[in-house]
Design a protein around this ligand. Structure first.
Ligand SMILES: [Zn+2]
Length: 130
């Protein structure tokens, strides 16, 4: 079973993210990998499994999450650069509007995607002028 197709460039980008987060002292979970690539959690899991199959990463179960560690084999590859690995750690916080837990990427990020969309629509409709 080969499973859903993942392109080579996609996997290299995933591996570059895994290494960058690991080197920044925050080994990624597969869910975080999915988020960092704007994919679903399943998208992140799929890519981490592909990388593990190739011996490029090792997935360790730690503190209730599967964290992805690059292996020494991953270090010798020429990978794309990632810019966002040294950004402040993302944290979980409730959406200010509906209180659903979101992974915030900074003080400016206080609403879940659904609320952001509906707030954008409201402001775009001209109901609120402030
Ligand atoms: Zn919300």
């Amino acid at each position: 079973m080969a499973g859903p197709f993942v392109s080579e460039g996609d996997l290299r980008r995933a591996l570059a993210l895994v290494i960058a987060y690991h080197d920044a002292g925050r080994p990624m979970t597969s869910v975080q990998l999915g988020e960092a690539m704007n994919l679903s959690a399943e998208g992140g899991r799929l890519r981490s499994r592909h990388l593990a199959d190739r011996g490029l990463v090792e997935i360790r179960h730690e503190k209730g999450a599967n964290r992805i560690y690059p292996t020494s084999g991953a270090r010798i590859l020429d990978l794309p650069r990632v810019e966002d690995a040294t950004a402040p750690a993302k944290r979980q916080r409730p959406c200010m509007r509906c209180h659903q837990t979101i992974t915030s990427d900074g003080p400016h990020h206080r609403h879940c995607n659904r609320c952001r969309e509906s707030l954008a629509k409201l402001s775009g409709s001209g109901c609120f002028a402030f």
